[in-house]
Design a protein around this ligand. Structure first.
Ligand code: DNO
Ligand code: MN
Length: 358
């Protein structure tokens, strides 16, 4: 397991590289050019600027999250070819700074959705929270109306750029079925994977978060069946998954450790975090400790260990603790605690296996 830590870049993250350097066992940053809209080719200069920042700390740039997929690719529009070309050029450039994994997702319009970014837990910390009834009750056209009436209207986690043309985007998805989305993903992967392979970069799709349809939009990366289907779509080791225990773990029928055991050789990147589920479908992100949430983090790490996992892992999100002011879910303290928990489990498994000091 190779531990990495997501960093949003200078001036864009409250956490600093010297701080990350002091978290035990972190060897690289998970990064992206966040200022660029989806679909654009990443300029080499901007990529090299990241390298310049990371080098003095000995951090590698092997894991990129995310190179976002342009909406026209997901929709299967004729204009997609232009954006796919840009994606290929970006892959080639990323290879020049040593990238080995690209995380991306194929969720229409929205990335992850929560209804409250700072919901208080019993201990006074706050965390990302999802209220199912609230999202279920939202009519997409109502959302469009609200945004049109008030340009400042937003929901936690929404990027303003994505909201700009919301009504036309919703309109374009009206007749797009899950099958269409699968076909469009296949078209994308058939073109991208050979380039990824030639550049020794593994593509790792992130599951939908939450892993079900929202606002009537189709969503296809929702569980083990989707992963099985994805891996067959283009059956190549460079077509893999970012196995996110928190995204997949909010469906009570999912056993994430079993997914690790089944898909291990196609998981170049692990997101490990816990969530607590409620009977009504709500969920909140908790500390990594297994007993704090509903996801068996111990068994998940055990599964990775059994499989001799040599891929990258990151703690994904954390709570906001000790009065930290930070990007929602991306503070220093709780993610650092999460890493120590993950190493604690890993090291003790190693010791048991070897019967000696780690
Ligand atoms: C949720 C997070 C996401 C993720 C992107 C990947 O679990 O990991 O923000 O980074 O959806 O594209
Ligand atoms: Mn994740």
């Amino acid at each position: 397991m190779r531990m990495v830590f997501r960093w949003y870049g200078e001036g864009n993250d409250t956490v600093t590289l010297p701080q990350i350097k002091q978290i035990p066992g972190v060897e690289g940053i998970v990064w992206a050019l966040h200022h660029l809209p989806a679909g654009e080719e990443w300029p080499m200069e901007d990529i090299l600027a990241y390298k310049k920042l990371a080098d003095p700390y000995g951090f590698h740039l092997e894991v990129v999250e995310s190179v976002n997929v342009h909406e026209d690719i997901k929709l299967g529009l004729p204009t997609r070819d232009r954006y796919i070309e840009n994606y290929k050029r970006t892959i080639e450039k990323l290879a020049k700074v040593g990238a080995k994994v690209i995380c991306y997702n194929f969720m229409p319009v929205f990335d992850w959705i929560r209804t409250d970014l700072f919901k208080e837990l019993e201990d006074g910390s706050t965390a990302l929270f999802y209220e199912k009834a609230m999202v279920d009750a939202m009519d997409p056209m109502d959302l469009v109306r609200k945004i049109n009436e008030n340009p400042d209207f937003t929901m936690p986690g929404w990027e303003p750029a994505r909201l700009l043309h919301l009504s036309s985007v919703f309109e374009s998805y009206k007749n797009v079925t899950e099958d269409d989305l699968w076909n469009n993903l296949q078209y994308f992967l058939e073109q991208i994977i050979p380039v990824a392979e030639a550049n020794d970069i593994k593509m790792a799709i992130h599951p939908d978060d939450p892993p079900w349809s929202i606002f009537g939009l189709p969503r296809i990366m929702t569980g083990p069946d989707s992963i099985r289907k994805l891996l067959k779509l283009v059956d190549n080791p460079y077509n893999g998954v970012t196995l996110c225990s928190g995204s997949l773990g909010v469906n009570p029928n999912h056993n994430v450790a079993e997914m690790v055991r089944e898909f291990a050789d196609r998981i170049p990147f692990a997101h490990i975090r816990n969530v607590r589920l409620y009977e009504n479908g709500d969920f909140i992100e908790t500390s990594h400790r297994a007993s704090d949430g509903s996801v068996d983090i111990c068994d998940i790490v055990k599964a990775y260990h059994e499989k001799g996992f040599t891929g990258y892992a990151r703690p994904d999100h954390g709570r906001h603790i000790w009065d930290e002011k930070c990007r929602a879910g991306y503070g220093l303290y709780d993610r650092a605690l999460g890493i120590m928990y993950l190493w604690g489990i890993w090291d003790s498994l190693e010791r048991t296996k070897r019967g000696t000091r780690v």
